[in-house]
Design a protein around this ligand. Structure first.
Ligand code: ADP
Ligand code: MG
Length: 485
């Protein structure tokens, strides 16, 4: 960080003076550079990698939200490249406004006049809605922002906690920012309900507390949500799976197979869910259900739902289960439950078994088998007194494919197995692996090994063929090098 040296900023008057002088000059400099950035043409800059990625998004789709998404990403990236820590709130706002003005002038934005005006307001609001934290929001390297008090603002960058020189005017100022964040997502936080889980418009998760639960004043804890979600091809590049695996999963999604993704916390379940959802054909009606909305999908026909905790009187709770039930009356083509955690498992399985196929969800579990048994426990939470066998039958007939992901010891997130649920033997659900990651030791820190097909052709291939969906059988062939190993 530029002007934080690890000591308390008020430690000595002399160094304070020095620092404020330094800061003023850096601020002016940064603001000037920002203005240059804002003036740069948005769509006609030198062709570079970024440009190639941006072009299709802008020209291929002409709806307001995808354009805004692309521009916001670009804006944040550009102002993020300049280290804005310590730059005054107003300066950042000014730069954003200039950037937006530049966009308004551009003939190439396929938006009408009203949409352009709204775009400018939205871009400013979404970034400035967090007040003095705006410069931090603009730094993509920052993963967490922690406000312990008006002049105690910490960030986590590159895995390390650092204190910043960002200051709120006073505790009231912090409270006002909290209220603004809450209002944006239609929540309330006050003395009677002094703790809230909130969300920023970019998807970051926020927890806010007010006194007296936090004795020394209001706090804000922001867990940044990666603005850029990892896409299919990026996951492939990162070595999460093989090309055959992602092709197979893609075919399965398009063919409306029900898929359950399991894994530990941070294993990449939600990311993979988002990547699989990429291939859902445009024109299908998608409803997503999450505790804190984090899924970012490309499709236009999308309804996003979020659960709600009870208020202080213990009323008003809207559980995932309520949302799943409601969704059934919304004529969904696809129901995506971000993560099943409880009783909604029953309604979800029932939906899958009554024609709402093509559903995707994730579950916290240590293995595919563990996923099945956890699902069973969750169904029991619905309080329906179903015999274990009946529950298992529901699970087996609802879910066709299980994908287990793991964050391996070398830090790489990999799909460990893709298995097919093929039926029951007695009371035991039968799973057969179609693909797996086979370890072959390690090279330095990095695990060695490869993704391989087991050679088994999934049963569902025959069903798909009956429906005239062709699945290339080569996908399931063990590679020559694997044979006999
Ligand atoms: N294949 C991958 N390679 C690198 N990072 C990944 C990969 N998949 C996910 N991530 C990152 O890991 C973090 C946790 O991923 P997430 O999908 O939220 O995990 P989960 O839903 O299992 O808790 C996110 O920051 C995400 O961007
Ligand atoms: Mg998740």
């Amino acid at each position: 960080m530029r002007d934080f040296d690890g000591t308390h900023p008020d430690s000595s008057e002399a160094s304070d003076l020095l620092r404020s002088g330094l800061r003023r000059s850096l601020t002016a400099d940064t603001a000037a550079r920002l203005r240059t950035v804002a003036k740069r043409p948005v769509f006609h800059s030198v062709a570079n990698e970024e440009q190639i990625k941006l072009e299709p998004a802008l020209t291929g789709r002409s709806d307001y939200f995808s354009i805004k998404g692309v521009l916001q990403e670009r804006l944040l990236k550009e102002i993020g490249e300049r280290n804005l820590l310590g730059v005054a709130e107003q300066e950042v706002a000014g730069a954003i406004q200039e950037f937006a003005a530049r966009i308004l002038e551009s003939e190439n934005v396929p938006l009408n006049e009203a949409e352009r005006r709204r775009l400018a307001e939205d871009l400013t609001e979404e970034i400035m809605g967090v007040g003095p934290l705006a410069p931090l929001m603009a730094d993509p390297a920052i993963t967490d922002i922690l406000v312990n008090g008006p002049d105690h603002v910490y960030i986590e960058r590159f895995g390390r906690l650092e204190r910043t020189t960002i200051r709120f005017r006073d505790a009231d100022h912090v409270v006002r920012v909290i209220e603004r964040i809450a209002a944006q997502v239609g929540r309330r936080i006050d003395a009677t309900s002094p703790m809230a889980d909130l969300r920023l418009l970019d998807g970051s998760r926020v927890n806010a507390t007010l006194p007296a639960v936090t004795i020394d004043g209001p706090t804000i804890s922001i867990r940044r949500f990666g603005r850029k979600r990892l896409r299919r091809d990026q996951l492939l590049e990162l070595g999460m799976m093989s090309a055959e695996m992602i092709s197979f999963l893609g075919i399965a999604v398009v063919a409306r197979t029900n898929i359950l993704i399991s894994g530990g916390t941070g294993a990449g379940k939600s990311t993979l869910l988002g990547a699989l959802a990429e291939v859902i054909p445009e024109g299908e009606r998608i409803v997503t259900i999450e505790d804190t909305a984090e899924l970012v999908l490309d499709q236009e026909h999308l309804v996003r739902m979020e659960t709600r905790p009870a208020n202080i009187e213990g009323r008003g709770r809207i559980a995932a289960r309520d949302l799943v039930i409601n969704t059934l009356r919304m004529r969904p083509d696809r129901i995506i439950v971000g993560e099943v955690r409880g009783a909604e498992a029953l309604d979800m399985l029932q939906a899958m078994n009554t024609g709402h196929d093509g559903s995707l969800t994730t579950i916290h579990a240590n293995s595919p088998r563990d996923a099945i048994s956890r699902l069973e426990t969750m169904v029991l939470m619905a309080g329906m007194e179903l015999p274990a066998r009946a529950i298992r039958e529901q699970i087996v007939s609802a879910i066709q494919i299980l994908v287990h992901v793991r964050r391996c010891e070398d830090g790489v997130r990999r799909i460990e197995t893709i298995s097919e649920m093929t039926g029951m033997e007695g009371t035991t659900p039968l799973l057969q692996d179609i693909f797996s990651f086979r370890r072959r030791g390690r090279q330095g820190r990095r695990l060695r090994g490869e993704f391989t097909a087991t050679g088994i052709v999934p049963k569902l291939v025959a069903d798909l063929r009956d429906r005239a969906i062709d699945v290339p059988l080569e996908l399931f062939q063990k590679r020559a090098s694997d044979v006999g190993v």
